[in-house]
Design a protein around this ligand. Structure first.
Ligand code: G3P
Ligand code: MG
Length: 345
């Protein structure tokens, strides 16, 4: 059920400050809104204060995600207001060197759909390799996932992108190692042990070691998967005597590339609403000191925008934990909005 396609124009001059809301642990716990989320967004809507959503989550198209969020939060949120973990990777689809990308993570065929929506032409996912070569992952039970596509002959992977949390770590770690240890990305080949040339580019889209869902303790995120992959890779490299050096790029909060991309999204969102003036301050409301708070505190805006970190108690952070220099620590997202509006008076 899609809510709205046209961008609502702002009828009154909107404020010269804005919000960037984290999702998991701030607005949502899995598919349940946090108790004050809807009221917080209503408060902003009535005072025409713009906001974007900035999440290390993903695995769905921006449109599908905002339709889901609009339904649960009872607010019309537009896809142009959403930055997911993999959204800042979308410009790479213009890179002619990336003919075939291996996209990892998420449910079913969702991440392939996301990659195609970004403009990547040839996208393969681990299920395609598994269906073509069932023995590639001895411990994966479902050898014929329904979303598998036929694997091209002699496929050469030009980049690997982890878009969302992998569901089968054994299969996905195995394939990442196979690609890194291959001869120039040709699946099923093995580089010479003394070949120390750079391997296929590898992107992780979310550094979160831990995140908050409905369970009462934080859960392992994509950062946990990456640590597991690096540990297994090191053991395989040692055992095989390979000289390949492992390099990869990590984006997502707290990394600067994601905050820069998010500020550009905020600017474009306001322009789409017919507001040409920028904002002086962005309040980053998050639940994770290592990502949301760290990123906002560290980010140096090219536009001179002040990013102010506000930590809520409804997610990863618990009383007694390090607040990592959050400018304010409040109970929930509504209190975060009220604190910021008061500060702007
Ligand atoms: O996978 C989602 C998790 O890493 C955290 O998402 O919305 O709290 O940045 P979020
Ligand atoms: Mg969070």
């Amino acid at each position: 059920r899609s809510f709205q396609t046209q961008v609502p124009t702002v009828t009154t001059t909107s404020a010269d400050f804005a919000f960037a809301f984290d999702i998991d642990g701030v607005l949502m716990h899995d598919t349940t809104p946090t108790p004050t989320a809807t009221e917080a967004l209503t408060l902003l809507q009535t005072s025409s204060v713009p906001f974007i959503l900035l999440t290390n989550g993903g695995g769905h198209t921006e449109e599908a995600r905002v339709n889901h969020l609009s339904h649960h939060l009872k607010h019309n949120i537009h896809k142009s207001q959403l930055v997911q973990s993999h959204t800042p990777l979308s410009p790479l689809s213009a890179d002619e060197n990336l003919n075939t990308v291996l996209v990892v993570g998420g449910e079913s065929d969702n991440c392939r759909k996301v990659a195609h929506g970004y403009g990547f032409k040839n996208v393969i996912v681990p299920a395609d390799v598994l269906a073509a070569y069932p023995a590639v992952s001895p411990f994966t039970i479902d050898k014929n996932p329904p979303h598998a596509h036929p694997l091209p002959e002699n496929v050469k992977v030009d980049a690997v992108m982890v878009f969302n949390d992998p569901r089968d770590w054994a299969l996905d770690i195995q394939l990442l190692i196979d690609v890194v240890m291959s001869d120039k990305g040709r699946l099923g080949t093995k580089r010479r042990a003394d070949d120390d040339s750079p391997h296929v580019p590898l992107y992780f889209s979310n550094p979160d070691l831990l995140w908050a869902n409905k369970y009462h303790l934080p859960r392992l995120g994509q950062g946990g998967f990456r640590e597991a992959f690096v540990g297994v890779f090191r053991a395989v490299r040692k055992a095989t005597g390979s000289r390949v050096r492992l390099t990869y790029e990590i984006i997502g909060k707290p990394h600067e590339k994601t905050y820069k991309y998010a500020e550009d999204v905020l600017w474009k969102w306001r322009q789409a609403q017919g507001v040409t003036e920028g904002v002086r301050t962005v309040y980053m409301v998050g639940d994770n000191p290592a990502s949301d708070i760290e990123g906002a505190n560290r980010f140096k805006s090219d536009r001179g925008v002040e990013w102010v970190s506000v930590l809520v108690k409804t997610g990863v952070w618990r009383e007694g934990d390090n607040t990592n220099g959050a400018k304010s620590v409040v109970e929930n997202v509504l209190e975060a909005v009220k604190w910021a509006v008061e500060r702007e008076k």
